[in-house]
Design a protein around this ligand. Structure first.
Ligand code: NAD
Length: 742
């Protein structure tokens, strides 16, 4: 069995996402729709998508576009045909008839349906065809969502299903969970139920939508879009269709029915074109007042919009479910009501929907980006606490058994859907050190693992301490959370800035530099294995590791200038050194500083390893991995390959032309200022960056050490953080997530 050619039929949201991911895996793929223009348009959308669906945009033409009338013969050659047309059974049935008549023997045919049962899709098929037909349920956006549910039945050829599972795991990088043919499979069955509970309870308890989203969000380990924000993102009309299907498919006794009834407000929103972000708005909308964009939120009672309020729950950034549900206010009551219902519902699905509760947790993690699934939540709360908190709670068989047996720590293995040696599995086996509040260190085999564990894995003094302490052994810096690291913790820096404690800031940045140097020059192999954001300080950790084993979905680069700073944890120096190794730099000593001035000055970023290499954010020696679950084992293999012959790099020296190259950079800044592309403070930051990259007060005949360069970085950083306009930029970014131009 092999898959070396794929046809995707239906070039809408999902078809184009699937085709793009196949293109990312270098699998030849053809995208067919009713008309070639539609598939061509889909390719254009793929090319322009943000965040990008393609790892390497230049490969877009590897996706062939066609139509189902003139180009259908391509199906004859395909090893796998994926149907991703509209959710209409008549259209799907007609298409299958045509595909099955045309396809080659043994090819796999699958549907991306989210709601139609496999037995209905395959109702008209012969037993022979049924063996090769299954559901491959991808999540949107396909490149970024980890989950793929393969729905199969006893009618399927098991070998083929396993082959497809391995293919999608290895080539498409998906976490593949095999599901039974039950409504909504696993992800949507629990995920959509959770959304409906969160919505109906918010209405019942008369919470504002911002209040509900503030609780059913980060405090529960759920993305900050919450429920109403997620509704807007998915599309309120699409959600209504999904709910209709649940109503139709689920037995009347299923408690899902309690939360699936049509809500008049939702109906009204759809009818008036308020279908979410793709429409005029939804529960939230952008409004313009006096030329200013304002985010507004709907009032669930009056249906009026008013400026969205920021809700402060006054809690620590670390998730503490027990504390949250024990609060004696409306937020605690809401949290308990929602969490308890989700746990009860999920556990009622065992064993009929799945015998493996772990798969439900993983589906929620991979398909909905939850930090913990319902069963992990139950474990965290404690079974006794859960059962005894509310005497009204109608507990089910699953929970009763745990309670009666006094099983508090019932949770067994993690990530049982895959045979890979994942970080999640290794964390259960390894020796743990939890002493540090910003990172956890694990000891496993011949290496240590450092996992940052702050919000967005931002870095502070303690994060650096953890790295420093772990550098006595080979080390892998890796994380299960969404982001490798969004950079230095700016709140931490601003707390010192508010007190004008510049010494403390200097000490922290110096510690950062010295820690990263230790990673670089220790005799042990240090590997960073990033996924998600590896920005600013996060990138500085990565650039000073010996190797990077990167997930294909990363966003990396040095973005400090956007907040009025320059990279001072070794980022400026190391980028300069990397560019000094280029051919052009050998001819022209001003080439490297100018190049890095351009990259750092504009805060350029790359959104895949392929994009990162031309910037030299990553090097050819680094590895790029499609499946996140393989990052740890690939890093471990690299340690074993390199550890014996490993020699730490030599310390570089720098010959820079000082004012000669600086004048050229200043000229660029002048021009940008004249063209109003930068304002006064942009000019200031640019000048400081130019000073560092030009080597300060030096001339080309002098040799600067790495220490000299670090000192220049540090000095510039400490000067910039003292400036009011830098602080204004930081404050703005912290409160809006966007850069301030000043
Ligand atoms: P879409 O409306 O974006 O795209 C459907 C495409 O199918 C359109 O381009 C349409 O022209 C084309 N089409 C219609 N009839 C066709 C035919 N006979 N032959 C070829 N092409 C035809 O839909 P979508 O959101 O991409 O959904 C596709 C499938 O994936 C559906 O079964 C849906 O339930 C499922 N799904 C959607 C999502 C999601 O988030 N959108 C997630 C998971 C699964």
């Amino acid at each position: 069995m092999k898959i070396s050619s794929v046809v995707v039929i239906g070039s809408g949201t999902m078809g184009s996402g699937i085709a793009a991911q196949l293109c990312n895996a270098n699998i030849p793929v053809t995208l067919l729709d009713l008309k070639t223009e539609i598939s061509e348009k889909a390719k254009k959308k793929i090319f322009e998508s943000r965040p990008p669906l393609l790892i390497d945009k230049s490969k877009v033409d590897n996706i062939k576009a066609g139509n189902i009338d003139e180009d259908f013969d391509i199906v004859k050659k395909a090893d796998w045909i994926v149907e991703a047309v509209v959710e209409r059974i008549d259209i799907k049935h007609n298409l299958y008839e045509k595909i099955l008549k045309t396809r080659k023997k043994d090819s796999i045919v699958s549907s991306n349906t989210s709601t139609i049962p496999l037995k209905i899709l395959s109702a008209k098929m012969s037993d022979e065809d049924r063996k090769d037909f299954c559901i491959t349920h991808f999540f949107n956006p396909v490149r970024y969502m980890g989950l793929l549910e393969i729905v199969s039945e006893t009618t399927n050829d098991v070998k083929k299903i396993n082959f497809l599972k391995n293919f999608c795991e290895d080539n498409l990088g998906k976490g593949v969970i095999i599901c039974k043919d039950t409504p909504g499979f696993l992800g949507n069955r629990v995920g959509v139920y959770a959304m409906q509970v969160a919505m109906t309870e918010a209405i019942k308890m008369k919470l504002g939508i911002e209040e509900a989203d503030a609780v059913f969000g980060r405090p529960m380990g759920i993305p900050k879009t919450g429920v109403f924000g997620l509704y807007d993102l998915i599309g309120i009309d699409l959600m209504a269709d999904v709910l209709k299907s649940f109503l139709k498919e689920l037995p009347k006794t299923d408690v899902f029915h309690e939360v699936v009834q049509e809500i008049p407000l939702v109906k009204n929103l759809i009818e008036t074109g308020y279908t979410g972000r793709k429409g005029k708005g939804g529960f939230y909308r952008m409004n313009k007042k006096d030329g200013k964009k304002i985010l507004e939120a709907i009032n669930l009672n009056t249906k009026d919009y008013s400026p969205s309020k920021k809700i402060d729950l006054n809690i620590d950034e670390k998730i503490n479910l027990k504390e949250l549900v024990s609060r004696d206010d409306k937020y605690g009551k809401y949290a308990w009501s929602v969490i308890s219902k989700i746990i009860l519902y999920s556990s009622s699905l065992i064993p009929n929907v799945t015998k493996d509760y772990n798969n439900i947790d993983e589906a929620m993690r991979l398909g909905f980006n939850w930090v913990k699934g319902p069963f992990e939540m139950l474990q965290e709360l404690g079974v006794k606490f859960f059962v005894e908190k509310d005497p009204q709670l109608k507990i089910n068989e699953f929970i009763k058994k745990l309670y009666d047996k006094k099983l508090e720590t019932f949770y067994g293995k993690r990530q049982i859907y895959t045979n890979l040696e994942t970080l999640g599995k290794v964390k259960q086996l390894a020796k743990i050190n939890k002493d540090n509040k910003s990172a956890i260190t694990y000891e496993h085999k011949n290496y240590k693992i450092v996992e940052f564990n702050t919000k967005a894995n931002t870095l502070d003094y303690d994060s650096m301490d953890a790295l420093k302490k772990a550098s006595d052994k080979n080390m892998i810096i890796i994380n299960e959370g969404m982001q490798f690291s969004a950079g230095v913790n700016l709140n931490y820096v601003m707390d010192f800035a508010k007190e004008k404690n510049w010494k403390a800031i200097e000490k922290f940045i110096h510690h950062f530099q010295m820690t990263c140097r230790q990673l670089k020059y220790s005799d042990n192999v240090v590997i960073s294995a990033p996924s998600g954001l590896a920005l600013g300080g996060g990138f500085e950790v990565l650039v000073q590791s010996d190797y990077v084993v990167s997930h294909t979905n990363i966003v990396t680069g040095l973005v400090e200038t956007l907040v009025g700073l320059i990279p001072a944890g070794g980022g400026t120096t190391n980028m300069l050194f990397r560019w000094m190794q280029s051919q052009e730099a050998k001819q022209d000593s001003d080439f490297a500083p100018q190049k890095v001035f351009d990259i750092i000055g504009y805060g350029k970023t790359a959104s895949s390893p392929t994009e990162a290499i031309p910037f030299k954010f990553l090097l050819e020696k680094d590895k790029s991995i499609m499946n996140r679950n393989k990052l740890l084992s690939a890093s471990q293999d690299l340690i074993n390959e390199k550890k014996d012959g490993y020699n730490a790099p030599k310390q570089p020296t720098f010959k820079l032309s000082g004012s000669q190259v600086r004048d050229k950079m200043l000229q660029i800044l002048e021009n940008l200022f004249k063209e109003k592309k930068i304002l006064e403070h942009g000019m200031e930051v640019g000048k400081k960056l130019a000073f560092v990259l030009s080597g300060g007060n030096t001339t080309i005949d002098k040799e600067l050490s790495e220490d000299d360069m670090y000192a220049l970085e540090l000095e510039a950083f400490v000067q910039l953080i003292q400036m009011e306009k830098t602080q204004a930029r930081i404050k703005h970014t912290l409160s809006t997530g966007k850069p301030l131009v000043n």
